[in-house]
Design a protein around this ligand. Structure first.
Ligand code: PRX
Length: 657
């Protein structure tokens, strides 16, 4: 373990409040104490049998599987691999008899337009668009990029790909054209599905125009499907671009789902790691879907009459597992909202909850903190009595935000499920069972049945004492786990398995477990930041900054922020000295714009500091620990005299621009 990760791992704090599950929550819940204990015991005594039984019970197979886990290519594990099924049929077709007229998606656009799609209507739309994809030559195994606003067609596009066995890769609408290009190129996508624009933050984001900037450099793309959403002007390339409504015109609303192998990739989702290049996390079909269904039941206690709202964008894994797949596979009614939480005012989320009768509300700590800042009057102005369960994901939730969520939004009636998981894990791994698990603000509590999470030291041994920090690892493969990094099996092994000789999946997080066995996630041990819950690699931002013509060297670190969790702080060594503060401010603005253009506005540094050099060891390594301390305004008590350039610390500590 490096010094830096040890520092992170040893910074402990204690939070001792314990909230017993509300007494009447369990009534009507699927998970009883007996069932929960039985699941834990079954997973312990017959691990493969446990997963096989659940896979048979929860999924509709076209060919039943006979093999549960194939570990022969470890760490490339295969689950249920001789079975076949179709994910879209498991999400839609199987509900038609019982729930054909039940709302599947209640949609509200940022301007306030509302649309409801029943399961029958959703299946028809998905089938029609699947036929359109086919008609344009998209085949099983082809990659399709989805770059869409949060509108029902985003889910329709994902489900349509699954229906014909095409592999989708959703790119978050807040990523820039360069990020989009990198993903199209890495995936060698044959088609892009986008919209003229989407409504966000009171503006129209011109998604098609962003695509147009780079499609000329993406020869693999033959077709661009364009949904008319915002009605903004767009440019058009005949022969390549096709309106969604024209593509589906006259096509049948029936499209038999194809049988794919259990291991067939359902999707790729690019995420940042500790190198400059995002990696395409590859998920499977059967194991992944099984995980989403089980966690919808265990953690969200999803019931027939719930109105379930997960605020995540489909560009993130949360929007895959807990918008597009899990809830539909469970036949639930979901709310989808296109826009920003503050439009037209900070009461928008609560108004949505009241208007649509939301019962389960799942969001990110950063949203909770941002809304909390606007006070209690906004939520108090709306009737939130239907809410029965609250959830949090994406970053550690600080106890203060947890308490506000619990008290003001949940009115001390709703349990909070703080769910720890990752793009790579596919689904919740450590999370409370509402109604059963007593919660502690800031802890994701205990691993779910079948999830062998542990905290280990640098030698890979489980830490001995309660509250001792270490690496958060998963000791057994699980069905919803990532299968590989698209096109880079070696990087998959290196990133997730090499640290402890392939014995455990290494999450990249540090954690401690308290005397009650509760997990407390402490943060990343690698160079990954969480800014507003979005995952960003410092190296990725550094390489973009370093490519600016006026930058000689750049280093990026995170510092705590009240709302966004972490904020990006960049240290820049310019090629030519900057004459005065006006020159610094011009370059500062230019660099912020540069990062927004190259990666996306989410990666824009909150703070830029200029210096003539960076603190380095004699061997030339940048001392990030010092940079972090400076960005956090901490006192630096360590001996800096061994640095190559000790005076630089004083210069860097000067107030930022
Ligand atoms: O550091 C952990 C943090 O988010 C990382 C995963 O990010 P991403 O792949 O973008 O997925 C986000 C949605 C699952 C983790 O390595 N994280 C996620 N959930 C929590 C969390 N940290 C603390 N508590 C959580 N509940």
């Amino acid at each position: 373990m490096t010094h830096e990760s040890r520092d992170a791992i040893e910074s402990l704090f204690q939070e001792n409040r314990l909230f017993a599950p509300p007494q009447d929550f369990g009534r009507g819940s699927r998970m009883t104490p007996e069932l929960y204990r039985a699941l834990l015991a079954e997973a312990e005594s017959d691990y493969e049998g446990f997963w096989a039984r659940l896979a048979r019970a929860e999924l509709e197979w076209l060919t039943p599987f006979t093999r549960t886990l194939d570990a022969s290519g470890a760490p490339h594990y295969r689950w249920f691999d001789d079975g076949t099924l179709n994910v879209s049929a498991n999400c839609l077709d199987r509900h038609i008899a019982e729930r054909g007229a039940k709302p599947a998606i209640i949609f509200e656009g940022e301007p306030g337009d509302v649309r409801v799609l029943t399961y029958r209507e959703l299946l028809a739309e998905v089938s029609r668009f699947a036929n359109a994809l086919r008609a344009h030559g998209v085949k099983m195994g082809d990659r399709v990029i989805i770059y869409m606003p949060m509108v029902p067609e985003a889910v329709i596009a994902m489900q349509a790909c699954a229906r014909i066995g095409a592999i989708h890769s959703v790119v978050f609408g807040g990523f820039s054209s360069d990020s989009l290009k990198d993903r199209i190129t890495d995936a060698q996508a044959v088609a892009v599905i986008t919209a003229d624009g989407g409504h966000r933050g009171g503006r129209v984001i011109g998604l098609k125009a962003i695509c147009d900037k780079v499609l000329g450099d993406c020869p693999s793309v033959r077709t661009v499907f364009v949904l008319r959403r915002a009605g903004n002007e767009i440019s058009w390339q005949e022969g390549r671009d096709v309106w969604w409504h024209d593509a589906v015109a006259g096509l049948s609303d029936s499209c038999p789902p194809v049988a794919v192998g259990a291991e067939h990739p359902l999707y790729l989702l690019y995420t940042s790691g500790s190198t400059g290049r995002p990696k395409g996390i590859q998920h499977s079909s059967a194991g992944y879907l099984l995980g989403t269904i089980l966690t919808m039941r265990w953690v969200f206690d999803i019931r027939e009459d719930d109105v379930y709202w997960c605020t995540a964008d489909i560009g993130w894994v949360t929007g895959h597992s807990y918008v597009a797949y899990g809830p539909l596979a469970c036949g639930a009614t979901i709310l989808m909202y296109e826009g920003a939480p503050m439009i037209p005012d900070p009461g928008r989320f609560w108004r949505l909850c009241e208007r649509h009768g939301v019962t389960i509300f799942y969001t990110a700590p950063t949203a909770i903190r941002a809304l909390k800042k606007h006070g209690d009057d906004y939520p108090r102005a709306y009737n939130l009595d239907k809410l029965r369960l609250l959830g949090s994901v994406g970053e550690p939730i600080n106890p203060e935000a947890w308490m506000w969520f619990y008290r003001v939004i949940g009115q001390e009636r709703c349990p909070i499920v703080d769910t720890w998981w990752q793009t790579e894990t596919g689904v919740h791994m450590i999370a409370p069972i509402p109604g059963l698990t007593a919660t502690k603000p800031g802890s994701c509590t205990r691993p779910l049945p079948g999830i062998a999470a542990d905290v280990v030291d640098a030698a890979g041994e489980p830490v001995k004492a309660p509250d001792e920090g270490g690496f958060l690892v998963i000791k057994r493969p699980w069905p919803a786990m990532l299968r590989t990094i698209w096109g880079d099996a070696e990087r998959y092994r290196e990133t997730y398995w090499a640290r402890f000789e392939n014995r455990y999946y290494v999450s990249g997080d540090s954690a401690r477990r308290d005397a009650d066995g509760y997990f407390w996630v402490m943060g990343r041990v690698d160079d990954v930041l969480k800014v507003s819950g979005h995952r960003l690699g410092t190296m990725e931002i550094e390489s973009v900054l370093g490519a600016h013509p006026q930058v000689a060297e750049a280093a990026v670190v995170g510092r705590p922020d009240d709302v966004t969790g972490e904020a990006i702080c960049a240290f820049i060594v310019p090629r030519a000295a900057l004459a005065d503060s006006a020159a610094r401010s011009v370059l500062g603005s230019d660099l912020r714009r540069w990062v927004a253009d190259k990666i996306g506005p989410i990666a824009r540094p909150a703070e830029i500091r200029f210096a003539s050099n960076l603190p380095k060891t004699r061997s030339g390594k940048i001392m990030r620990r010092l940079l972090r301390a400076i960005a956090r305004h901490e006192t630096i008590d360590e001996d800096v005299s061994t640095l190559e350039n000790p005076d630089i610390v004083r210069e860097l500590k000067a107030p930022p621009e």
